[in-house]
Design a protein. Structure first.
Length: 217
C-alpha cells in the first residue's frame, strides 16, 4: 500500500528549478572569479564543485577548475550528481536529519537540614541556647535503585550494593522476611544497611509490589 501511494504521488510532484535562492539553500556560495563558475561548494574532503548559468534555465557543472559538459536544470539532478561524485548527500538547509540525542545524566546532590531539638545543656557559653539536630538528606529519587528482578539493591551515592535475601531479615512484607547482605562497597556500616532496609520496605509498600515466584515485581 505504501509503495502504491508513493507511486501515485510522484505524478503530482513538480521538479524544483535551480536558481540563486535554491543554490543558497543548498549551501553554495558565490565565486569571486567568474571564470570558474558563479557558485561553488566544497565537499567534506575539500573537493570543489562549481556551477554556472547556461541558457534556457540550464546550468553547467564543473569540478575543481575544470568545466564539464554536464548540464542540470533541476535540484534533484544536481543532488544526484553531487552524490555520484562525492558520495555525500546534498541537502537543503532545514532538511538535515536531527542529530542523535545523547543521554544526559545528572547526579542530584543532597542537602543539609537542621531542626531545633531543644536547649543545649553543655557547660560553657552555649548552655541554655537553642541546639539544632542536623542530618544530611540525600536526594531520594536517585539514592537507591532496585534491579528489575529484585535481586540487588544499589545505593548510588557513596556506592554500595546489597543482595536482597531472607538472610539477616530486617522486615516482613506480604508474609515473607526480607534482609540485605552487603556484596559491594567500602566502609559500609550497619547503619547504612539498616537505612537501605527501611528504604526498601517503604519502596515495597508505596508501590504495592506483587510477589510472583521467588521475586517481587
Amino acid at each position: 500500500m505504501k509503495e502504491l501511494i508513493l507511486g501515485i504521488m510522484r505524478y503530482f510532484l513538480e521538479p524544483i528549478l535551480i536558481d540563486r535562492n535554491e543554490l543558497s539553500m543548498l549551501s553554495f556560495t558565490s565565486v569571486r572569479d567568474s571564470k570558474y563558475g558563479e557558485f561553488e561548494k566544497f565537499s567534506a574532503t575539500g573537493d570543489r564543485l562549481f556551477i554556472k548559468k547556461n541558457e534556457k534555465d540550464t546550468w553547467n557543472i564543473g569540478i575543481g577548475t575544470y568545466e564539464s559538459k554536464t548540464t542540470v536544470k533541476y535540484v534533484h539532478q544536481l543532488q544526484r550528481f553531487y552524490f555520484g561524485m562525492f558520495e555525500e548527500l546534498l541537502r537543503r538547509r532545514g532538511d538535515e536529519p536531527a542529530p542523535n540525542q545523547r543521554n544526559t545524566y545528572y547526579l542530584l546532590t543532597g542537602k543539609e537540614v537542621s531542626v531545633p531539638s531543644g536547649l543545649s545543656d553543655l557547660p560553657g557559653r552555649y548552655q541554655g541556647t537553642t541546639q539544632d539536630y542536623k542530618e544530611h538528606i540525600a536526594y531520594q529519587g536517585q539514592l537507591y535503585y532496585v534491579t528489575w528482578d529484585c535481586w540487588l539493591l544499589i545505593r548510588n551515592i557513596d556506592y554500595a550494593i546489597w543482595r536482597i535475601s531472607p538472610e539477616f531479615p530486617l522486615f516482613e512484607y506480604k508474609g515473607r522476611k526480607w534482609g540485605l547482605t552487603l556484596v559491594g562497597g567500602k566502609q559500609i556500616k550497619q547503619e547504612d544497611t539498616l537505612a537501605a532496609g527501611r528504604w526498601l520496605q517503604n519502596h515495597f509498600a508505596e508501590n504495592n509490589l506483587v510477589i510472583q515466584g521467588l521475586h517481587v515485581v
